[in-house]
Design a protein around this ligand. Structure first.
Ligand code: MG
Length: 382
């Protein structure tokens, strides 16, 4: 174990692969603390509060937004990281940055933007998150972006198509695109954030889904992962109902998944005995659910897909969101001077339009759509 109390297979901030633009070490903070702090102070991070996770930002004050989702992922991630002796600051940095590249209006916005960009290299929100921290943030005199460490950037780029990986590799040989070409893994902190993301949204989408009235506790009877904990909570507290029953069931479900990841990962680490993070990268994924928990989590995801994400009320929003993004894209392509001057001045017009739209909050996109088309869609108060 190194002096910081990290396991040998953890990402050690003192042995980072470094930043694209070399900088002197900070006097009081580790490299990963510094990354986390830069993310928290970024413009893109502040915008997450007004971006849709599943429900539109203005549909209710108690639903998750991309910001509260990211904070929940960071909480779950840190908690698991501490048990595994991984670097908590790196986990937090990745978790807080993982959704920075999301468009307004959730997945509907992203799908529409990807279609608009079909002839211009496409649009992937993971790659966009990397673009935000590498290029789009304008905060420093000497470089574009936040100049984060390799390990944070590696974690942010969760998925990447082969085509985009080749593009990244051409720009930065041996950089964060490489693993999508040679099939290697990211560090454990990044692997952990993927699972923490899944645990977080499975739980909070049940919560938001039930409180919105789009799904009911009765419907959840067939979902094993949730139902066993509702039965447990009901047995210990007969008569418990409504929100307290919902929260108590979700709390137990969250804990069980966290313990499952810790136990399964520790067993994987005992079997694989990686001596350092490079040995981790050469292994199969080591942070994992047990087989039974993986199956149970898939069952819950299927339920949410069928009953929440494809609910007619959510689908109605989805159709309008696609229209807003498509029409914004067409309007800016037609007249780039309608964008903020920094975007209008760029010569790569389609990518510039995609970057501009992707950075928008839900309400800014609605307002811009109304200004440019005269039609009001998805606006607060509708
Ligand atoms: Mg997420």
């Amino acid at each position: 174990m190194n002096p910081a109390g990290l396991a040998p297979y953890a990402c050690d901030p003192a042995r980072s692969r470094g930043r694209r633009h070399p900088e002197a070490a900070a006097p009081t903070r580790t490299q990963y603390q510094r990354d986390r702090d830069r993310i928290v102070h970024s413009t893109a991070f502040r915008r997450l509060v007004y971006k849709t996770q599943v429900f539109l930002n203005h549909e209710g004050d108690l639903f998750r937004t991309r910001l509260t989702h990211s904070i929940e992922v960071a909480q779950l991630g840190r908690s698991i990281a501490r048990s595994l002796k991984l670097d908590e600051d790196l986990v937090e940095a990745i978790a807080l940055a993982h959704d920075l590249g999301h468009t307004p209006f959730g997945h509907a916005g992203q799908d529409a933007l990807n279609e608009c960009m079909a002839n211009h290299g496409g649009f992937e929100h993971n790659l966009q998150s990397l673009r935000v921290v590498d290029e789009l943030e304008e905060r420093y005199p000497e470089f574009d972006g936040l100049n984060l460490t390799f390990e944070t950037r590696e974690g942010i780029l969760k998925h990447c198509s082969r085509e985009n990986a080749q593009r990244l590799e051409a720009q930065q040989p041996g950089g964060v695109g490489r693993r999508f070409m040679d099939g290697s893994q990211p560090g454990l902190e990044a692997q952990l954030c993927n699972l923490a993301d899944e645990i977080a949204y499975n739980a909070h989408d049940i919560d938001d889904g039930v409180r919105s009235g789009l799904i009911t506790l009765e419907q959840l009877h067939g979902v094993e992962l949730f139902d066993q904990f509702r039965a447990q909570a009901g047995a210990q507290y007969p008569g418990l109902h409504g929100r307290r029953l919902l929260y108590e069931s979700i709390r137990r479900m969250l804990s069980e998944q966290v313990y499952d990841v810790i136990d399964t990962t520790l067993a994987n680490l005992r079997a694989a005995t990686p001596g350092d993070v490079d040995a981790v990268r050469a292994q199969r994924p080591l942070v994992a659910f047990s087989e039974s928990m993986r199956a149970a989590s898939l069952g819950l995801k299927r339920f949410l897909m069928q009953n929440l994400y494809r609910h007619p009320q959510v689908a109605a929003m989805t159709g309008q969101a696609r229209q807003v993004v498509r029409e914004l894209f067409a309007a800016y392509m037609n007249d780039p001077s309608q964008m903020q001057s920094a975007f209008a001045a760029r010569t790569d017009s389609a990518r510039s339009v995609a970057d501009y739209i992707a950075g928008m909050t839900d309400r800014f996109a609605s307002r811009e759509h109304k200004r440019l088309t005269g039609t009001e869609l998805l606006a607060p108060g509708q």
